[in-house]
Design a binder for this molecule. Structure first.
Ligand code: PMP
Length: 362
């Protein structure tokens, strides 16, 4: 049995997907070629691409008026690509609830006026600002949120409704670290982007879902290969796409369907998160500081109250085949990322270890 891997990303993959990819490595479906060796314009890859797109559209119930784009550059590149495509050089609003939305607000300032509508830094990014308290600008080109902050462990359990706030700008969500962990309310979204390397597949692939009416707003300086209209009109093949990553993501989509789809994953993810948070809250050794109503179901940061035990904790975890629990360097402590491919048994094994370590250090 493989160890349980709690990495924040690149992250654990479903075993079934890795086995299938290994079996098809040298010869995909009798074509005589591995997927890495195929032209992206050939019929074999065309089939892989079409199935991946259709499966993802079905899984996430993506409406017909949204384009799905398979891009590159990750979430950080989208921090520039979104304002290049949507800002018109005017003002875009940012709700800063952690490290990733903070980076987005900063990068956009190169291309437009970046207005911070709310910022929860003062409480250490442990809450979400109530949308009713956001100081939105008069007519923002778009409003950006990070719907799950991977480092700080803060998640919007419901997407904000901009219309209810009297704002008709499109909502942009960075859903890198919880895409496919729960359904998406597309009626509230104009554009969603996410790197694949947490819940969808390998690094190198960025998913963008963009409403069609937003496709033609790019600044003249927007590089052609990053222009959503150009990417959409060329089925994400204006430049050579990340073919192998798309293939593996396609296998993950088939795996997700076999698991019962996104609603089934959400139920499992909630059960996993509940088990872990209840264990942390019931302990006098560990602490998670995020407010109850916005705790991430994917990324669970926690601290040992006695930080001198950190190294012993991590060493004991490795001995028990529990990997990559060290927190992000900017915040320290520990973090358990429990993406779709982490089974309940993995969280149970972690919980058992948390209790064992606590009883040894009570
Ligand atoms: N946004 C979020 C929410 C993330 O978790 C990450 C990566 N951890 C990024 C953006 C940056 O992604 P990338 O490294 O793929 O550019």
């Amino acid at each position: 049995m493989r160890p349980y891997n709690f990495s924040a990303g690149p992250a654990v993959m479903p075993d079934d997907v890795l086995h299938q990819a290994a079996a098809e490595m040298l010869d995909w479906h009798g074509s005589g070629m591995g997927v890495m060796e195929m032209s992206h314009r050939g019929k074999e890859f065309g089939q892989i691409y079409a199935e991946a797109e259709a499966d993802l559209r079905e899984l996430l119930a993506v409406p017909a008026n949204f384009k799905l784009l398979f891009m590159q550059g990750g979430g950080l590149a989208e921090n520039a690509i979104v304002p290049l495509n949507l800002s018109r050089g005017q003002t875009a609003d940012f709700v800063v609830t952690g490290s990733w939305s903070q980076k987005s607000a900063q990068e956009a300032a190169k291309y437009c006026t970046s207005h911070v509508a709310a910022n929860t830094k003062a409480n250490g990014y442990t809450t979400l600002a109530n949308p009713a308290s956001w100081q939105l600008s008069t007519q923002p080109a778009y409003v950006h949120i990070c719907s799950n902050e991977t480092i700080n462990g803060v998640e919007y359990h419901e997407l904000p409704d901009l219309k209810a706030l009297g704002c008709d700008a499109p909502l942009v969500i960075d859903f890198s670290s919880h895409v496919a962990s729960r359904p998406v309310d597309w009626t509230r979204v104009g554009l969603a982007f996410g790197g694949a390397q947490k819940n969808l597949g390998p690094a190198g692939l960025t998913l963008v879902a963009v409403r069609e009416d937003l496709l033609d707003r790019a600044l003249p300086i927007c590089p052609s290969a990053l222009n959503y209209r150009t990417v959409a009109d060329n089925q994400s093949m204006y430049n050579t796409p990340a073919t192998y990553s798309i293939y593996i993501a396609g296998l993950v989509f088939k795996w997700l369907k076999a698991q019962g789809g996104i609603a089934a994953m959400e139920a499992r993810n909630m059960a996993k998160a509940k088990l872990l948070y209840e264990t942390l809250d019931g302990s006098s050794l560990y602490i998670n500081r995020v407010a109850q109503d916005c705790r991430s179901r994917m990324n669970v940061p926690f601290y040992l109250r006695d930080e001198s035990l950190n190294e012993a904790f991590l060493a004991g975890a490795r001995e028990r085949h529990l990997l990559q629990l060290k927190g992000h360097k900017s915040v320290g402590g520990m973090r358990a990322s429990i993406y779709n491919a982490m089974p309940l048994e993995g969280v149970q094994a972690l919980v058992n270890y948390l209790r064992e370590f606590e009883s040894q250090h009570a």
